[in-house]
Design a protein around this ligand. Structure first.
Ligand SMILES: [Zn+2]
Ligand SMILES: [Zn+2]
Length: 459
């Protein structure tokens, strides 16, 4: 622990240290105080909450403070959130929060921040967050009081004497950024989450070049896959090819699951489907997501007109598929509507986006000789906490005689590419974050700082 002097640059991690996700990085330089990300850890609250035992909204931060789940920091949180806590509300002294991308492990706790703290984020990030908020207000990832300023890659944002430069990177969600932060001691790089094996790897390459050119004296580097030494690094292209061959060999309906906001994966399945002369069926929520992101990502197909896409409407209360049975946003795609009835008549013609929450549709679709492609992180299938869900999924697949397949590639850079990235950027000081194994970075860098959660370090 150190005593701050006004001439030093210091860092403090309230999340993201020796853990994957939950990034909350405080950077202080002279009188400037900036956070990079304010996320929620993946295992947040799981030791104290379960199923119906959940904190109520009215509790604000009280319950979280009780169990030490959220750092007790003065001059940071929203007055309402602090209402029942012993932390007194004071006007914030934080200059800004910079968000790297829209995953909950980076933005999940923005909702607790005081509304007067400016939050900077990319245009694309904001769009993904807005779409998600509209569709899943119960999981709202930011608060009604948050103040946002949007940027685009390459902008230079002045905060007191600091200049912050966001630069696009490729990740498993659109609108992901890394940063170069020009401090009084020199440039610091923050990679955010990134990868180099997808269709937009040129974005990450661009970031790496700019980061190397600025000759940083320090770098926060994500290391999610640092520990997975032997794992093959599948590319997005390989996922598309594997999906294509499963679809080609299938004798019936093909059901697929991939994350709703993984646009690259959507495109892989779209192409694999079209190549096999089938039609991709997505639900109204995914149609809304693709429709809304298309303005920013112009290579996405137009769900309103594209003949290779149909929008699935679930059986509603009236069982007549009439417009008024659906939410306003769903009604927009009525013209592209398809129902279980039409699919059932020629199952070999379709690839249907499915998933755990949509299994009920199988009762109506009555698939025979069907294939299910799981195309998301293996963590769900391997996770200790998902055993019950997995058992239910297996039972459904078994009941309908559906063959299970898997094809996926990570949203995170593989170990080999990570080492190469560090060597190319070549920071004087390397600070591994978003990893279980920060020590492993010492294998290929001679000045690695291992940070503990809550500790303050001069850099
Ligand atoms: Zn992350
Ligand atoms: Zn992420």
């Amino acid at each position: 622990m150190i005593c701050r002097s006004e001439f030093m640059v210091s860092i403090k991690l309230f999340g993201g240290a020796k853990e994957i996700g939950g990034n909350k990085i405080l950077l202080q330089d002279k009188d400037a105080k900036i956070y990079f990300d304010f996320g929620e850890s993946f295992n947040f609250g799981e030791d104290y909450f379960y199923d119906w035992l959940q904190p109520r909204k009215a509790n604000g931060l009280e319950v979280y403070f009780e169990f030490g789940l959220i750092p007790k920091i003065e001059k940071l949180y929203d007055e309402e959130a602090l209402k029942f806590t012993d932390l007194e509300y004071q006007k914030p002294d934080v200059d800004a929060v910079f968000v790297s991308h829209s995953h909950s492990d980076h933005i999940g706790h923005l909702k607790f921040l005081d509304g007067s703290i400016p939050i900077y984020l990319g245009h694309g990030t904001k769009r993904v967050m807005d779409v998600y908020n509209k569709l899943y207000p119960q999981f709202a990832c930011y608060g009604k009081h948050n103040t946002f300023s949007t940027f685009k890659s390459g902008d230079k944002i002045k905060i007191k004497h600091l200049t912050i430069e966001p630069i696009h990177v490729e990740h498993s969600v659109p609108g992901a950024y890394g940063y170069i932060i020009h401090t009084s001691k020199g440039p610091i790089v923050y990679t955010g989450d990134f990868r180099l094996h997808g269709p937009k790897s040129s974005l990450t390459k661009d970031f790496i070049k700019k980061a190397a050119d600025c000759k940083p004296y320090a770098m926060f580097c994500e290391g999610t896959r640092m520990e997975s030494d032997s794992e093959k690094n599948f590319t997005e292209k390989e996922v598309e090819e594997r999906a294509g061959s499963i679809i080609k060999d299938s004798k019936g309906l093909v059901l697929v699951y991939f994350a709703m906001t993984n646009v690259d994966r959507f495109m892989s399945f779209y192409r694999a489907t079209v190549k096999n002369k089938r039609i991709l069926v997505i639900d109204t929520r995914m149609a809304y997501i693709i429709d809304n992101l298309r303005e920013k990502i112009t290579d996405l197909p137009d769900v309103r007109t594209d003949e290779n896409i149909r929008v699935y409407y679930k059986l509603s209360k009236s069982r007549t598929f009439c417009e008024k049975d659906y939410k306003t946003f769903e009604r927009e795609f009525m013209e592209r509507r398809i129902t279980y009835d039409e699919i059932s008549k020629d199952k070999k013609k379709y690839v249907v986006h499915s998933g755990f929450n949509k299994l009920m549709e199988l009762v109506y679709l009555q698939p025979k000789d069907a294939d299910f492609i799981y195309s998301s992180s293996e963590h769900f299938l391997e996770g200790e906490n998902n055993k019950d869900e997995l058992r239910v999924l297996e039972n459904w697949l078994m009941h309908f005689g559906i063959k299970f397949h898997m094809t996926h590639c990570s949203g995170h850079v593989c170990k080999k590419d990570l080492i190469e990235t560090v060597k190319t950027i070549n920071p004087k000081l390397l600070i591994p974050i978003h990893t279980h194994v920060p020590e492993d970075f010492k294998e290929f860098h001679d000045n690695v700082m291992i940070v503990e959660k809550g500790g303050e370090y001069e850099i």
